[in-house]
Design a protein around this ligand. Structure first.
Ligand code: NDP
Length: 310
């Protein structure tokens, strides 16, 4: 069976940064790209908050740069999805595409998280053209415009509040008649004159020519007084939760209630020696490209130290 000193799973900022550091440390890492080569950033348009790009860059270009940088130092990047792991004894055994197996002394899990979407066809149609699942990434493009945020939890309230500092008007679309967010976040939203909360509302579609121009709403879905109407908006933000891509590791690693891999004391270490988790798969809080990259760096340093201590 093929064997590697360092196997990296996932090709977002965490995975590629881990690959840069691990290859420069002579670990000859092998990286499997996973379901979405380049990760979540390839679904956003312009990136203006990644240090080092004063004029901004695109998600695709940033990820291509990170990949080139990792390959320059010898990281081997392969397409393939990890479908099974066996972390019961070292070296660990990882199955790719239900078919190939590879042994690894260290494993860096950087499989990311996927934003949840409502499942509307229009979300795909307008992806990157008005539809976003990250207010911090894309809010800046909606200065003095109208935006809508879907969700009633802390993320939705936080994103609506953040967007209200940029946009002229924010609609918060909540499917129930209450917010699930913490009371302080609720208060902040309800007292914000720029935010209008539409309780008991669902979104059934979006409209627009090249980009989003508005949304088709349903009020009081399933009630006798159910009604349908349209509201114009320039931006449409989903904040209905994220799903960390951790299912395949769950038989061996501790995850929190939402599925994020639990790491030790703010490091990328997991309970299993030599297995590390970096980026969004282990980060329910920050979820930024730069924080993911930083934790990928930490994971590679940890992997190198672990191997040299063996
Ligand atoms: P949550 O699961 O807490 O909330 C999701 C929200 O989206 C709910 O209001 C839910 O509605 C709504 N929703 C889910 N699916 C749909 C759908 N198909 N259509 C319409 N609405 C939908 O997720 P969050 O991302 O907000 O938070 C995740 C965790 O992270 C929480 O524990 C939260 O407290 C924490 N967090 C903490 C922050 C902080 O402390 N600063 C900031 C952000 C998150 P419903 O209520 O009807 O189910």
């Amino acid at each position: 069976m093929e064997k590697t000193k360092c196997l990296i799973i996932g090709s977002g900022p965490a995975g590629y940064t881990a690959a840069i550091y691990a290859s420069r440390a002579n670990l000859s890492p092998i990286l499997y790209e996973g379901i979405q080569p380049g990760g979540q950033l390839t679904t956003t348009s312009t990136i203006e908050n990644f240090p080092g790009y004063p004029d901004g860059t695109t998600g695709d270009d940033l990820m291509a740069d990170l990949r080139t940088q990792a390959e320059r130092f010898g990281a081997e990047i392969r397409s393939g999805i990890v479908t099974k792991v066996d972390f019961s004894a070292s070296p660990y055994i990882i199955t790719i595409d239900d078919n190939d197996t590879i042994q690894a002394d260290t494993v860096i899990i950087s499989t990311g998280a996927s934003a949840k979407y409502l499942g509307l066809e229009d979300e795909k149609k307008f992806a990157g053209r008005g539809v976003s699942a990250c207010a911090t990434c894309d809010g800046f493009f909606y200065r003095k415009k109208t935006v809508a945020v879907v969700g009633g939890g802390d993320t939705a309230c936080e994103e609506a509040t953040y967007l209200s500092s940029l946009a002229e008007k924010v609609f918060l679309i909540v499917r129930k008649d209450y917010l699930r967010a913490s009371s302080i976040m609720q208060k902040r939203v309800l007292e914000n004159p720029k935010i209008q909360v539409l309780f008991n509302h669902n979104v059934e579609g979006l409209y627009g020519e090249r980009k989003v121009a508005g949304m088709h709403l349903i009020k009081n879905l399933g009630q006798p007084d159910e009604s349908h109407y349209d509201v114009d908006t320039d931006g449409f933000f989903l904040a209905i939760g994220h799903k960390p891509n951790s299912d395949v590791f769950k038989p061996f690693l501790k995850t929190d209630a939402a599925g994020y891999i639990v790491t030790i004391d703010g490091t990328p270490r997991t309970e299993i020696p030599g297995v590390f988790a970096a980026g969004d798969v282990a980060d329910p809080v920050y979820r930024q490209a730069i924080t993911a990259a930083a934790s990928g760096c930490k994971a590679a340093i940890e992997a190198e130290r672990y191997l040299s201590n063996l």
